[in-house]
Design a protein. Structure first.
Length: 281
């Protein structure tokens, strides 16, 4: 008599493989977390990931060890990230509504040009943008990092929202227009409430990408008092002198907390938005 002797072998093997892969991906984070509690002389000399003794000295030194408190860097990053989220969600949703629900001359041409900007490398526009912001006397302020977000400069999020808006039934617009609703009222009262998952997806990605951005603040910010978290972390590494690795690992660990909290709070909307964006209903 023949029977299936290994009904759980394949799922078990898959779970083991996923577990091993997860440990491999999480190891750098675990090593950084453990190193933030190690004494300075033990970070690179010890072969064990587990610290011989736990110490909060690196956190205290990292928070107050620079010319400016690390709390200032946190505040700067929070201001830039929150304003970027507001700007992207408002401006990109308005542009997406126009492309997805309104009719105007050259609509397909402008949409194609907008998508074409996705293929432009950032370095192509870097120098013209810097010259523009320099002439506007915006360098060493947050304006170059925030103002473009309010001008719908992220074509990726416009495209994402356009795909979601196109999946909403047009009968809703027609019924609203029969009741006397203007396009603005349709956008505000109908489209936005139904598009919460897509808007949350855009907001989450904007927050994470802005919080982790290193290049743009490096180009436009010169004064340490206006540094963001990523520039503050770079200040712990000195190529001409001694680097504070303990403080760097400690503050890197702290810098992950806002992203983790933001993701945990909105992960349901993120998953729903990614799953439904671009699908026809």
């Amino acid at each position: 008599m023949t029977t299936k002797r290994y009904p759980v072998a394949k799922p078990l093997a898959a779970h083991v493989a996923l577990l091993v892969a997860s440990i491999a991906m999480l190891y750098p984070l675990l090593w950084m977390l453990a190193s933030s509690f190690k004494p300075e002389d033990e970070i690179f000399s010890s072969a064990s990931i587990w610290p011989s003794s736990f110490s909060l000295e690196s956190y205290i030194r990292g928070w107050q060890g620079l010319e400016v408190s690390f709390g200032r860097f946190f505040w700067n990053s929070l201001v830039v990230s929150v304003l970027s989220v507001i700007g992207n969600v408002v401006a990109c949703s308005l542009a997406a509504f126009a492309f997805a629900r309104l009719k105007f001359r050259g609509q397909k041409l402008w949409f194609a040009l907008m998508l074409g900007t996705l293929m432009l490398p950032h370095h192509v526009t870097l120098i013209p943008q810097y010259i523009l912001f320099l002439n506007l006397d915006w360098v060493n302020t947050f304006l170059p990092l925030v103002v473009p977000k309010f001008l719908a400069s992220d074509a990726f999020f416009i495209f994402l929202l356009v795909q979601f808006f196109r999946g909403l039934p047009r009968e809703l617009d027609e019924a609203a227009m029969m009741d006397g609703c203007s396009p603005w009222r349709i956008y505000w009262k109908i489209i936005l409430p139904l598009s919460l998952p897509a808007l949350a997806t855009a907001a989450i990605f904007t927050f994470i990408w802005t919080w982790d951005d290193f290049f743009a603040p490096l180009v436009y910010l010169n004064d340490m008092g206006s540094y963001t978290v990523q520039l503050g972390l770079r200040s712990f590494v000195d190529s001409t002198g001694k680097s504070d690795w303990g403080g760097l690992f400690a503050m890197s660990t702290v810098a992950l907390i806002p992203i983790l909290i933001f993701f945990l709070l909105f992960q349901r909307l993120l998953i729903e938005g990614v799953a439904t964006t671009g699908m026809k209903r």
